[in-house]
Design a protein around this ligand. Structure first.
Ligand code: FRU
Length: 533
């Protein structure tokens, strides 16, 4: 019981109780950030889906509000499913969402605020002409869901895209509309990728190649790239690719077809699904939300009375340095929760060693670390381990010449429960280096009803860059970022011993051939203020 109570987070968004899944219709309106989400008001498992609702001034402190939309019409009686908001030029809002009908057909519906002068947007009206879209010919009744935010076309219309599949090819359909009530299906698709299956929660937006700020969904031009993201129902990960959007044809092509949507890059290599971005017109940035599932058993969820989290919302930018990926990074506002900073400068960690970092209570932390590896050792080393992969490796216990090394979070004194977050450098016979960023959960908990995977991927490291990582720890969630957000890994951790004051933090180096030098700055993190309505 005490263990289960400890798992509840202190600065991440989660409902007071019961089940949450996808973020829905995030937006900024009259001074407030709004987050709607897929919610089961009755239990800590999926079902009875309605739209939960909360508001915030800063994306960190929240006020829960009453449910925004319930399943009360034939066209959404089996669930008020995922949808997105569009802010019109006159400041008015429209919401498009998927309804699961009385016959479990997936249709798209329109809703709008009952009182636009209410900054809290408490009441929503469903359009009397719903549904506004039904599955078109050739699309199965249960493969048509999750409309995006609309953007404008060169003809001055609005355009949306909706994920689907044909056989095993994941696709995204494109519709134009003037009034969000009548829609015209474009020929062909925005994009499709064979073998990727059903595309859920498609997201589509521009990123700037030159400026630092985010772009409104309708922005376009020569200095813009477009990101297409799909949540693959078959493998439960959020994949994206950078590409070029042809606004006239309503089609998008990836920059590099070998890393197309669903077969290449992910927002996050851990537990991160059904994400959605919005353009924050107040702070001129694009912000990412997502559904972080539990990795424990359904029985444990029922026992603790809740399931799922949102990440700390992340800003998204194009990575100008590599030109081939985006970077995701926790919104700056989370730094306002920092206190009690501790610095450890140039700590040497010899091969096979573990060094404690005394920080007091280590269950709510923001950790920034930089690692240096002697370049002479890198140079001298013969090629090896070029076929390394985090997921299929032996994890943090498998020793290589140049890794793994990094942090142990949520670790007890005896190191019997530990959650390592680490780098692993591989060198091939031709002398090329590849850096991996991993998170090994195999020893994270002595509980037996927990999924304990090894997560991770490669991370681009450019000439002259130190290895850097940032990790946010909040009880049962750990979010880690390498090289300022080029690669991210979110994990759920359920220690049984490394809890309360027994949760500790360490540096470790399991490389055989190299001593690492680590500089670490650590803050404790205050709990966010989360109020009931
Ligand atoms: C993704 C998803 C969506 C759907 C919603 C239902 O997690 O399956 O495709 O709209 O959740 O809750």
């Amino acid at each position: 019981k005490q263990m289960l109570a400890w798992q509840r987070t202190s600065f991440h968004f989660q409902p007071k109780k019961n089940w949450m899944n996808d973020p829905n219709g995030p937006l900024f309106y009259k001074g407030w950030y709004h987050l709607f989400y897929q919610y089961n008001p009755e239990a800590a498992v999926w079902g009875n889906i309605v739209w939960g609702h909360a508001v915030s001034r800063d994306l960190i402190h929240w006020q829960h509000l009453p449910v925004a939309m319930v399943a009360d019409q034939w066209y959404d009686i089996n669930g008020v499913w995922t949808g997105s908001a569009t802010i019109l030029p006159d400041g008015k809002l429209v919401m498009l969402y998927t309804g699961s009908t009385n016959e479990s057909v997936q249709v798209q519906n329109l809703a709008y605020p009952a009182d636009p002068s209410d900054p809290l947007l408490r009441k929503w009206v469903k359009y009397e002409g719903n549904p506004v879209l039904v599955p078109p010919p050739g699309i199965a009744a249960k493969d048509f869901r999750d409309p995006t935010t609309a953007w404008t076309t060169p003809q001055g219309k609005w355009r949306i895209t909706i994920g689907s599949k044909v056989n095993k090819t994941g696709i995204s359909l494109v519709y134009d509309t003037i009034d969000f009530k009548n829609f015209e299906l474009l020929d062909g698709v925005l994009h499709g990728v064979p073998g990727t299956g059903m595309w859920e929660c498609v997201d589509f937006y521009p990123v700037s190649k030159v400026v630092e700020n985010g772009l409104d969904t309708s922005d376009n031009g020569p200095a813009v790239k477009h990101v297409l993201k799909s949540s693959l129902d078959d493998d439960r990960n959020d994949y994206y690719a950078l590409g070029t959007y042809d606004a006239v044809a309503g089609k998008w092509v990836p920059d590099n077809p070998t890393i197309d949507v669903g077969i290449g890059l992910r927002y996050d290599y851990g537990n991160f699904y059904a994400s959605k971005t919005f353009y924050d017109q107040e702070k001129k940035r694009r912000v990412l939300w997502a559904w972080i599932t539990e990795s424990d058993s359904e029985a444990a969820d029922i026992c603790k009375g809740w399931a799922s989290l949102q990440p700390i919302p992340r800003t998204i930018k194009y990575d100008k340095k590599t030109g081939s990926n985006i970077i995701t990074w926790p919104v700056a506002e989370v730094e306002n929760l920092r206190f009690n900073s501790k610095e450890f400068d140039k700590v040497e960690v010899k091969p096979g060693n573990v060094v404690p970092l005394e920080v007091g209570t280590a269950t709510q932390l923001d950790i920034m670390a930089e690692f240096e590896v002697d370049p002479k050792v890198l140079e001298k080393l013969e090629g090896s381990n070029a076929t390394y992969e985090c997921r299929s490796s032996g994890g943090s216990a498998e020793r290589g010449a140049l890794g793994p090394f990094g942090l142990l979070v949520l670790t007890d004194k005896g190191l019997s429960e530990q959650t390592p977050i680490y780098f692993y450098i591989a060198k091939d016979a031709a002398g090329n280096f590849t850096t991996f960023f991993c998170n090994d959960l195999t020893r994270s908990s002595e509980a037996t009803d927990v999924r304990k995977l090894i997560y991770g991927s490669t991370v681009p490291v450019l000439q002259g860059e130190k290895l850097s990582l940032r990790t946010l720890v909040d009880h049962s969630i750990v979010e880690s970022f390498a090289q300022n957000g080029r690669t991210a890994i979110t994990s759920r951790v359920y220690p049984t011993k490394a809890i309360y004051e027994d949760a500790k933090l360490y540096l470790f180096n399991n490389a055989t051939d190299v001593t690492i030098t680590a500089s670490v700055k650590i803050w404790q993190i205050h709990s966010a203020n989360i109020q009931s309505s």
